[in-house]
Design a protein around this ligand. Sequence first.
Ligand SMILES: Cc1ncc(COP(=O)(O)O)c(C=O)c1O
Length: 378
Amino acid sequence: MSLASRPDIISFAGGMPGNELFPVDEVEELFRGLDLKTRQAAFQYGPTPGLPSLLESLGGFLEKKGLPVQKNRLMITTGSQQGLSIVAKAFVDPGDRVLTEYPCFIGAIAAFRSAGAKIVPIPVDEEGLDIAMLRLEAARPDPAKFLYITPYFHNPAGMLYSSQRKRELVEALQGRNIPLIEDDAYGDLWFHEEDRERLKPIKALDPEGIDVCYLGSFSKILGPGLRLGWLLAPPAIYEKCELIKQSADACSPSFTQVIADAFMRSGQIDSYIASVRQQYRLRASAMAAGLRKCLPDYVRWNEPKGGFYIWLTLPEGTDAAEILKHAIDGGVVFVTGSTFDPEGRRTNAIRLSYCNNTPEEIERGIPIVASAIRTVCG
Ligand SMILES: Cc1ncc(COP(=O)(O)O)c(C=O)c1O
C-alpha cells in the first residue's frame, strides 16, 4: 500500500475503485436535501440489523436480482468484510475445516483463520470450482463447516462461474449439511449483456437442501469508505449472526446508511452503476489489449468479463516475487499470487487490477510488467 500510493508508481495492486469515479457532488446534494429528522438520525446509533429505511430500499434492490428477501433475513454489515467475520464466528470452532476456493480473497482467508478455521482450498478453473474435489470433501463423514465462493468476477482470479458449474456445485452440496457462503461483491460490474444469465446468484435459485448465506457490498458500487455491506441468510442462521454483530459493533454507521438509502431511493444507484461499469470496461479492455500485445505466450490469462481483476498464471516454479522486484524498479506494483493461496505455497501467479488506473496509465504500465516477466522467465 505504501508503494502503491507513491506518485511515481503505477499501481495495479489495490482492489479500490478510482477516486475520480465517486459521486461526491451527487451525495452532497442528496444529504442537503434530506429532512432534519433524517439528518439528525444519521448522527445517532441505529438498530443492529440496519436502518429500517435502508433495509427496505436494499431489499427492493436485491429482489430485482431475484433474491428471496422475504423468506430470509437481511442485515446491514460494516462492509462485507464484517459479514465474513460474522459467518466465520457463527459456524467455526477452532480446528474446524472450511472449504474455500484456490485462489481465494485474502480478507476471507484472514476472517476464517481468525475464527480458528483450518482452510481446505479447492482449485478453480475458468468456469468455477473443481467439482470432483468438492464431491470428495462433501462425502467426508465429518463435513466442513461451510464452502465459501466468489462466483461473479472472482477476486483475484477475475473469472465468472458458468451456469453449469453452479448447478453441479449445488448438486454436490445438497443434503450434505455444508452451508454455502456466496460472496457477490462484484456481480453488478458486468461488461457484456450476454453474461447476465450467469450472474444470477445461487441464492436466487433458492436450491432445496442447502443453506445459502449471500453477502454483498456497497464498496464497489458506491464507495468502500461507506463501510457498508449486507448479509441475506435463512432466519435461524441470521439470529446467531445478529447476536455476533451486536457484540462486534452494535450497529453499522448510521451516517453512511442514510446516504446509501438516499442514493438508492433517488434512483441514482442504477445510473451510477451503469456509468462505472462503462469506465471499468474501458480500463479492462486497455489492460487486455496491453497484455495481448506484450506478454509472452507462456503466460496464461483470461479476458475480463467484469469486476476489477486479471489473473496471470506463469510457468510452474516461477517466483512472482522476483518479477515484482523488477516491476517495482520499472515503476509498477501488483500483488503476487501467493497472497491468495491459503497455504501460501503457489508462487507462479500475479493479480493485476485495472480499476484504479486510467487507460493511459495502463498502457504505460503493462509493458513494464511484461518486461519484468521476461527478465525472470526468459
Ligand atoms: C470478494 C470480496 N469480498 C468482500 C470484500 C470486502 O469488501 P468490503 O468489506 O469493503 O465490503 C472484498 C473487497 O475487496 C472482496 O474482493
